[in-house]
Design a protein around this ligand. Structure first.
Ligand SMILES: [Zn+2]
Ligand SMILES: [Zn+2]
Length: 255
């Protein structure tokens, strides 16, 4: 775990403290009632404006990236607020592995304010029962609650279940990730005619979202969006960022 992540874990305020003026989580400066000061907030690494309309991968030109043209995904579009890099990676890790849910509000509010498209229902990316027991909460559900408060879109928390505990995606080569997630989800709800937004903290290859989208289509969903806090930037640029972000840490973004 990085020094910054440990620092955040140790200094993260509780919800009660959030009501009082406090120090910015990242720089220690005055931040009013917010977790981050306006300066640090504005410096968070936003996803570049030019990106694939389908999977949100930054591309220099064109609407759709080569990978989505080759194999169109089962989802329709992805909205990602941040690039998965410093210090967003540290914030997400502090939230997921440190369990301080105040950070979920910061991330969820940023996502809720960024989504332009409408959806009929929000479905948080399910965790396997095993992972849920270990962590005690589903980070996607906590982010979804904040997004729902801002957008007014209801959360269907039990529409889908993850029935197989898959090995963490980050440990696998990109080409094996689709196979890794196959059959991982069951969706029992009737989603006939509904536009669904799937919420997750980090999107890496998109294989997990793609697999869930397959099930959502079968359940009747007519439009599927991925709404994620952060997107890793793939291959040349992305692997560099991902490895740097996780250096000194055994944690990975997709678990
Ligand atoms: Zn600050
Ligand atoms: Zn794409």
């Amino acid at each position: 775990m990085s020094n910054l992540t440990s620092w955040i874990l140790n200094n993260c305020p509780t919800f009660g403290q959030l009501l009082l003026p406090q120090a910015c989580l990242l720089c220690g400066g005055a931040s009013g009632a917010a977790l981050l000061c306006a300066n640090c907030d504005s410096e968070l690494p936003r996803l570049p404006a030019g990106h694939c309309a389908s999977c949100a991968l930054p591309i220099p030109d064109g609407d759709i990236c080569g990978a989505c043209l080759d194999r169109p995904p089962r989802f329709d579009d992805v909205t990602a607020v941040f690039a998965y890099g410093f210090p967003v990676d540290a914030l997400i890790q502090a939230f997921k592995y440190g369990g301080n849910l105040a950070v979920a509000n910061v991330l969820g509010n940023a996502l809720g304010n960024a989504v332009a498209t409408h959806a009929d229902a929000i479905i948080p990316m399910p965790l396997s029962p095993q992972r849920l027991r270990e962590r005690g909460f589903n980070q996607a559900l906590e982010i979804a609650r904040a997004v729902s408060r801002i957008t007014g879109i209801p959360v269907m928390r039990d529409a889908c279940r993850k029935v197989i505990e898959t090995p963490p995606q980050a440990t696998l080569p990109w080409k094996k990730r689709a196979k890794n997630t196959r059959g991982a989800f069951v969706c029992d709800a009737d989603l006939g005619g509904k536009k669904i937004a799937v919420i997750d903290d980090v999107m890496t290859s998109g294989a997990t979202l793609n697999e869930l989208a397959k099930n959502l289509r079968r359940a009747g969903a007519v439009h599927i969006s991925g709404w994620v806090v952060a997107r890793t930037l793939k291959q040349d640029s992305g692997f560099g960022i991902q490895h740097k972000a996780l250096k000194g840490s055994s944690l990975n973004p997709e678990s």
